[in-house]
Design a binder for this molecule. Structure first.
Ligand code: PEP
Ligand code: MN
Length: 366
């Protein structure tokens, strides 16, 4: 349930209403929006008649029951005001949110060595990215596949951060590693396979670090938002949702199926920012640019792109990784679209402007 307070209501009155609510063993969560103050009621409100609350004060404009199982993640809980996830980075704060420019996240699937991560960081930064991604702990289907370099890879990410000033996004898989990962990462990633690892969600929520929550391989939108709810309920409001493709039938021509419809659907359900990862969604680098453009057109707030200096030699996810030049080209290709949708700023401008031959179109059947 939420209580919408009339504009310009006295602060003391809002406090008094909150006090009354606490007496019913319900926790009031005040949210100060641009136009309105909203109090979200957390707890068992099933038996409470909204009129009882309405009668508490003439400064209450409206009482709305949130029927969805996800409460804090629901759009209603913030009275339709989008959440801005503001992440401080050495290059300045970057905001993920519906009313902000597109946030570009790029980097290899795994951090392999110092040279490749620093070079990738420098090149993606020069091309306009704000965040470097790279896995230190890798969730691999096979226990015999490369599992990531762990702690030493975190140190390399920290080094790339110092050299470039980019924010760092990296995954945590195990609750035992949370402190280590959170000490390096500006945004902590929960991977698709851990989307419903509830103990991990609770603990990551408690760190207070912004969390990137990837959609599970076979998760419904509601499952996904309920997972976000775990992080929000742990007291961490900074959650970014990342659609990275879901399992359908095809294994041969696409790795997963990018659910572009998740963007407009989430917009109706939640106030949280939305990222699209076309790399894991398609599994093939040649399809990444088209899907990145589709994501911008559908209203994504951020893109995560896998980039590797030599994809053929990558220790993980080479086939879906763009080369450094491929990423630079992508940035130039998406700039007009980003500008058209009002999601591109000066900050995105590449500091290098290499010339490219037109990309070979897969549609042309070449
Ligand atoms: C990744 O980002 O490299 C990754 C493993 O992603 P996902 O959890 O979406 O598979
Ligand atoms: Mn990957």
């Amino acid at each position: 349930m939420i209580i919408v307070i009339k504009s310009c209501s006295p602060a003391a009155e809002i406090e008094r209403i909150s006090e009354e609510i606490r007496r019913w063993n319900i926790t009031p969560e005040k949210c100060v929006g641009q136009d309105k103050v909203v109090i979200g009621l957390v707890g068992d409100t099933a038996e409470i008649d909204p009129r009882q609350i309405q009668n508490l004060s003439p400064f209450i404009e409206q009482v709305i029951r949130v029927k969805k199982p996800f409460k804090r993640a629901s759009r209603e809980f913030r009275y339709s005001e989008p959440t801005d996830v503001v992440v401080p980075t050495p290059n300045g704060s970057v905001t993920f949110g519906q009313n902000h420019s597109l946030v570009l996240v790029a980097g290899p699937c795994s951090v392999e060595n110092e040279e490749m991560i620093v070079e990738t960081a420098q090149r993606v930064k020069a091309a306009g990215a704000q965040f470097l991604r790279g896995g230190a702990y890798k969730p691999r289907t096979s226990p015999y596949a490369f599992q990531g370099h762990g702690e030493s890879a975190l140190e390399l990410l920290a080094q790339a951060r110092v050299v470039t000033g980019l924010g760092i996004i990296t995954e945590v898989m195990d609750t035992a590693d949370i402190d280590k990962v959170a000490s390096i990462a500006d945004v902590v990633q929960i991977g698709a396979r851990n989307m419903q690892n509830f103990s991990l969600l609770k603990k990551v929520g408690a760190t207070g670090k912004p969390v990137l929550l990837k959609r599970g391989l076979a998760a419904t939108i509601e499952d996904w938002l309920m997972s976000a709810e775990y992080i929000l309920a742990a007291g961490n409001p900074n959650v970014i949702l990342c659609e990275r493709g879901i399992r359908t039938f095809d294994k041969q021509y696409t790795r997963n199926t990018l659910d572009i419809s998740a963007i407009p659907v989430l917009r109706t359900l939640t106030h949280l920012p939305i990222m699209i990862d076309p790399s894991h969604a398609t599994g093939f680098s040649e399809f990444v640019p088209t899907m990145a453009m589709a994501a911008i057109a559908a209203g994504a707030d951020s893109l995560m792109i896998e980039v590797h200096p030599d994809p053929a030699k990558a220790l993980s996810d080479g086939p879906q990784s763009l080369t450094l030049e491929g990423f630079e080209q992508l940035m130039q290709e998406i700039a007009p679209l980003g500008t058209f949708f009002g999601r591109w700023t000066q900050n995105h401008r590449a500091t290098t402007t290499p010339k490219f031959a037109p990309r070979v179109s897969s549609i042309a059947g070449v």
